[in-house]
Design a protein. Structure first.
Lengths: 110, 384
């Protein structure tokens, strides 16, 4: 009995240790052939700066459209356009901050 | 060459030189800028080629990021990438100060080309390519500017000097003619005026009737008035060109002497002379101080009322000449020393007297203060 309680407690605390990005994005994207980093690079290629990338991403999450997607046609034909997000603005912002910090180019080049 | 002519020539040449220098500097600036643009346009082709090569390398790096993180380097140039928000993504530049408002520019001996990328590889919107500027082109430009600038300056100066002399010639001729005329005229006035004054002094008034005495006094007054005017004119045309012969002047004696000279004028208006003189001295040209005293006393008498008072107070370092005359309006006081300014046309003169006074006092750094009230009188206070 004690063993189960400890396991449940550990898994719940693990869940809450994850940030918004890991909680809301990673799981679904794991099923896609294009990694989140590849997608990030596509956003960089189109939007360049931090604020611009975040604003572009946020807009797409809230109003997903084939015409404004950074993904290529083949990908969209196979997997379609994502569904409109149900996350709150603060959750989106938190997730985008984590996403940016995880894959940004700054301080990574040598 | 006359003093005034020298002054005009000097002023003209100073102005002309300034204009020529300004023009040469302006032309040099244009020449420098055009040469700089020419050099930059030569560099632009090469830097654009470097930027093209580097963009291809960035594209590859973008594709393999973040398996590969080594920024591409080239021995021919340095580079840096900036995002849309001008944030530095990575830089190898020696001169970190980047201007995004110009495509190509020189900064601290480095040439920067700022290339806007069509696709933002690694998020970079701006690619900055940098090469060192040897500055050799600048040396050649300076040599040209200094060499040709100096030649142009010399040419324009000679040209200016020739033209100035040519333009000033008619003025010079007129001035010489006028000067000669005034000198001759004043010289011709001197002899008869001296003769009149000497003969008046010599006349035996004891044997004259009262009527004749009065007539003689009037002649004396008229002659002395003309004499003061004559001396002012002589001072203006001849004397002030001469050098000063400064000496220590015993003022008490000089003032007694001058009041004595003007006593006939004062008597004609029944003026009372109030002299309060202490021993005092000043070091200056006697002729010039006499002009100052004569003009101030003559004005105090001329603009006085009948039965008024003319006062002279002398202390060491201070001389006050005052009268109980018609005075001046307060707003006219600042203009009292201007040449040809006369506030009262009832008396004769050219309005040059006080202008001469001010000119002399300024030369010797003597201050003059004018205190005047209409219908009450005027006080002239000199301090040295």
């Amino acid at each position: 009995m004690v063993k189960y309680i400890v396991m449940i407690a550990l898994s719940v605390s693990g869940l809450y240790c994850q940030d918004a990005y890991e909680r809301h994005c990673v799981e679904c994207h794991q099923e896609l052939p294009t990694s989140l980093q590849e997608m990030f690079k596509r956003y960089l290629l189109v939007y360049s700066g931090e604020q611009n990338v975040k604003a572009g991403l946020k807009h797409y999450l809230k109003h997903p459209l084939k015409e404004i997607s950074v993904m290529d046609d083949l990908f969209l034909e196979n997997y379609g356009v994502k569904e409109k997000t149900t996350l709150s603005d603060s959750d989106i912002d938190e997730a985008l901050d984590s996403y940016w910090n995880k894959f940004k180019v700054f301080n990574k080049l040598k | 060459m006359l003093k005034s002519e020298k002054k005009s020539l000097f002023r003209f040449l100073a102005l002309y030189t300034m204009m020529v220098i300004f023009m040469i500097m302006l032309l040099s600036l244009f020449y420098y800028q055009s040469q700089e643009k020419l050099m930059l346009s030569d560099q632009r082709a090469m830097l654009t080629k470097y930027a093209y090569i580097h963009t291809k390398r960035l594209k590859v790096l973008h594709h393999y990021f973040d398996e590969r993180t080594e920024y591409p380097r080239d021995p021919r140039f340095k580079s840096a990438i900036y995002d849309l928000e001008y944030m530095k993504i990575f830089s190898l530049l020696e001169e970190q100060n980047v201007r995004f408002d110009e495509e190509i520019y020189i900064i601290n001996n480095h040439i920067h080309l700022v290339k806007t990328l069509d696709e933002f590889y690694l998020g970079a919107k701006y690619l900055v390519v940098e090469v060192k500027d040897s500055g050799a082109w600048r040396g050649d430009i300076w040599k040209n500017i200094i060499g040709y600038g100096f030649l142009a300056l010399m040419f324009f100066m000679l040209f200016g000097l020739y033209f100035a002399k040519m333009f000033l010639k008619p003025m010079r001729d007129s001035i010489v003619l006028l000067d000669k005329f005034i000198k001759d005229t004043t010289h011709e006035l001197n002899t008869p005026l001296s003769a009149i004054l000497a003969n008046i002094e010599m006349m035996d008034t004891e044997v004259m009737g009262e009527k004749n005495k009065t007539k003689l006094a009037r002649i004396n007054i008229a002659a002395k008035t003309v004499s003061v005017l004559y001396r002012d004119l002589t001072y203006l045309t001849l004397d002030h060109e001469k050098g000063n012969q400064d000496e220590a002047i015993a003022l008490k004696e000089l003032i007694y002497d001058r009041t004595e000279y003007f006593s006939v004028l004062a008597q004609s208006k029944h003026l009372e002379c109030n002299l309060d003189l202490e021993e005092a001295s000043i070091t200056m040209d006697r002729r010039k101080f006499t002009r100052v005293i004569d003009n101030l006393i003559s004005n105090a008498i001329k603009y006085n009322k009948r039965n008024g008072t003319v006062g002279i107070t002398l202390r060491e370092g201070m001389l006050v000449i005052w009268d109980t005359g018609i005075g001046m309006k307060e707003e006219n006081i600042p203009f009292v020393f201007d040449r040809y300014i006369r506030f009262n046309e009832s008396e004769g003169g050219f309005g040059v007297g006080l202008s001469i006074v001010k000119q002399i006092l300024d030369e010797y750094h003597i201050s003059i203060q004018v205190q005047s009230k209409e219908e009450e009188g005027t006080r002239m206070v000199l301090r040295w």
